[in-house]
Design a protein around this ligand. Structure first.
Ligand code: ATP
Length: 236
């Protein structure tokens, strides 16, 4: 079943149009990549979904149009956004950040179990559980941002440039954990990633954006075999 469908989505910052026909489809439990050059509109596509930029076209959540829904209501539907730059709360500890992620939940025991699961998924965070967010390395902050989003028990995770600024080995371990999370939780994902090699280790399909428009999409195996994708995104 289709969980989320974007049809001809447009978006504007003030008078400036930055999306001009973005379409993609995320099945229940599926993982879809968004590829594209700097400024192509990848981040804005995630913002259109999470209701943080005004959009046109259709954004269907289980068939219902949620376009221009308030961000808190989008979150309550089960869509969690991990923005580029992470947005962890520097003045709170790791454990407090995880509790903040669960603020809409009332199931205390399950919340504690999920915190434990996150610390299992990211052993670095277990070592730093009493540290403030601001004391964490870039990689640890990324792990915390993902774990905090998971704590909301979303059905769809929007991940923006999770590997940005991380050493290759750290980026790999973050992606290994995301893959495990996907397998164990069945959460659907949209992955915006400059590093297409890394994205392709996780996603089932991807959409390529150029200047705010979907120009290509298909299953990962098909895209990996295309010359234009190899040249533009896979370093050869
Ligand atoms: P990047 O990898 O550089 O983040 P992107 O594909 O995610 O690129 P967006 O961040 O969605 O691209 O930006 C799309 C276009 O919108 C760019 O031309 C960018 O300059 C512009 N833009 C982004 N944010 C704003 C904003 N808050 N106000 C005005 N223009 C913006």
């Amino acid at each position: 079943m289709t969980l989320l469908e974007l049809e001809g989505v447009t978006a504007f910052y003030g008078p400036v149009q930055v999306l001009d026909g973005v379409s993609l489809s995320v099945p229940e439990g599926g993982a879809v990549g968004i590829l594209g050059a700097n400024g192509a509109g990848k981040t804005t596509t995630l913002r259109a979904i999470s209701g943080t930029v005004r959009s046109g076209g259709r954004i269907l959540w289980e068939g219902r149009d949620i376009r221009n829904t308030r961000p808190d209501r989008v979150a309550a539907l089960g869509i969690a956004h991990v923005p580029e730059g992470r947005g962890t709360l520097g003045g709170l500890t790791v454990r407090e950040n995880l509790r903040v992620g669960a603020y809409l939940r009332k199931d205390r025991k399950a919340i504690d179990a999920d915190i434990d699961y996150c610390l299992d998924l990211f052993p670095n965070l277990r070592e730093r559980v009493r540290s403030n967010g601001s004391a964490l390395s870039g990689g640890e902050q990324q792990m915390l941002a993902i774990a905090r989003a998971f704590m909301a028990k979303p059905r769809l995770l929007l991940l923006d440039e999770a590997s940005l600024g991380l050493a290759p080995s750290t980026a790999k371990s973050v992606f290994d954990a995301i893959r495990r999370l996907r397998v164990e939780s069945g959460i659907a994902m949209i992955i915006v990633e400059q590093n297409a090699n890394l994205a392709f280790t996780l996603v089932d399909s991807a959409t390529v954006l150029e200047t705010g428009r979907s120009v290509l999409d298909g299953p990962t195996a098909e895209l990996k075999g295309m010359d234009e994708i190899r040249r533009a995104y896979l370093g050869g």
